[in-house]
Design a protein around this ligand. Structure first.
Ligand SMILES: NC(=O)C1=CN([C@@H]2O[C@H](COP(=O)(O)OP(=O)(O)OC[C@H]3O[C@@H](n4cnc5c(N)ncnc54)[C@H](OP(=O)(O)O)[C@@H]3O)[C@@H](O)[C@H]2O)C=CC1
Ligand SMILES: N[C@@H](CC=O)C(=O)O
Ligand code: NA
Length: 363
């Protein structure tokens, strides 16, 4: 049996779901002749690191306890097995051995995690990302990440096979003309709720409670999260674009951007009347509002569109994403991927699928 060390940054909704799935799939891992073992877990200021013999990692009972601990809102550093940390690169140094996989399920800024990825690359470790920020920052970081084993399926469409589909199209010599779709689970969920008569602020709160939003929901409501996904698709297509080339259309007034997160939540219902009016005005024309991204050689655009209720995008409900690939081979009728595009379990499953793939690649 090969023991594959996992160094995981982030023990939030997705991080906890991932630990549960890793523990629940020991049999599936064994079928491939390996076993994932957690050697380090980090939250924003703490860590727990395995100190046992290298093929053991953190014990199952401890991992289960840490999942409960974090679900209760506590700090890893305050756990009896934890300590304070502010250096993710040092964790990569101490917690791995050949074949290790570094998993980023934070929403940390690119600069915060970049040194750890540099270390992972120096050591030949694999990297799996659900965090979009490292892939949408400086192109030098994009290149560094792509200089070794890397998977990032859950950054677009959560667990849906979006990146792997695009990769296969490209690897098999298809010519991808356009990738288009609804890429936000949160905005899909909120629009469906508005269409059903719920208020905007109540729908956003519900999306946050259910684990669909980014840690700061303004990332979703500003269109930034969709723009990041569109940029990841564009860069995967080989277009060397940057975030500053994209314009987004926030669904809240400009002064909300400067508010603290608590102030933002307190004032969110100020947007309700305007959003209700926008949805009603679209409905009067037989339309619904969708936040749509369009990626092609001509560039990237993201923004709110009124689309016919009966169209494929208009018919989407809840967190469903829809991504259509128009290519030389899929010309008359595009290849379409559709399904839940947010949620901690589907996202963690996308990350775990990536880990299974890297386990075959990293030695
Ligand atoms: N939820 C979803 O449906 C989807 C999420 N994603 C992506 O997955 C990522 C995680 O999302 P989610 O689990 O919902 O978010 P959460 O806010 O629930 O969890 C984020 C975790 O990251 C930790 N963290 C933040 N900064 C750092 C840091 N500098 N070093 C180490 N850990 C850090 C937080 O620590 P602390 O506990 O101390 O706050 C927390 O444990 C995001 O990037 C998101 O975009 C992608 C697709 C879908
Ligand atoms: N907040 C995101 C989660 C997935 O990336 C969304 O709502 O789509
Ligand atoms: Na995906």
């Amino acid at each position: 049996m090969r023991y594959i060390p996992i160094i995981q940054f982030g023990v939030g909704g997705v991080g906890r779901a991932l630990i549960r799935q890793v523990l629940a799939t020991a049999e599936q891992q064994a079928r491939y002749g390996f076993q994932f073992v957690y050697t380090a877990l980090a939250d924003s200021d703490g860590a727990v690191v395995a100190t046992r013999h290298e093929d053991e990692g953190l014990a199952r009972a401890l991992l289960e306890d840490l999942v409960e601990w974090k679900a209760a809102g506590k700090r890893l550093a305050e756990h009896p097995e934890g300590y304070w940390q502010g250096d993710l690169a040092a964790l990569v140094d101490v917690a791995g051995w050949p074949g290790a996989i570094v998993v980023d399920v934070t929403a940390a800024e690119a600069e915060t995690v970049a040194p750890a990825f540099q270390r992972a690359r120096d050591l030949g470790y694999g990297i799996v990302l659900a965090n979009k920020k490292p892939l949408t920052g400086d192109l030098r970081l994009w290149d560094l990440l792509h200089a070794g084993p890397l998977r990032y399926e859950s950054t677009v469409g959560a667990g849906l096979p979006v990146i792997s589909t695009l990769r296969t199209l490209l690897d098999t010599g298809d010519s991808v003309k356009q990738v288009q779709g609804a890429l936000s689970g949160t905005l899909g969920f909120v629009m469906s709720a508005l269409e059903a008569g719920q208020s905007f602020s109540a729908a956003v709160r519900e999306a946050h409670r259910l684990g669909y939003t980014e840690p700061d929901p303004r990332d979703d409501l500003s269109g930034m999260d969709v723009a990041r996904k569109a940029l990841i698709l564009a860069r995967t297509l080989g277009l060397p674009l940057s975030m500053d080339t994209l314009t987004v259309e926030p669904l809240y007034p400009p002064d909300f951007a400067a508010l603290s997160r608590d102030e933002f939540w307190a004032r969110l219902d100020e947007v309700d009347a305007e959003m209700q009016a926008r949805v009603a005005s679209a409905a009067a024309e037989g339309n619904v509002l969708r936040y749509v991204a369009d990626v092609s050689e001509a560039g990237v655009s993201v923004g709110v569109q009124a689309v016919p209720r009966e169209s494929p995008l208009g018919a989407l409900r809840g967190t469903d994403n829809l991504i259509s690939f128009t290519t030389a081979r899929y010309a008359a009728r595009p290849l379409v991927v559709q399904g839940a595009g947010a949620g901690v379990d589907v996202t963690a499953a996308g990350v775990l699928g990536d880990m299974f793939q890297l386990a075959q690649v990293c030695r």
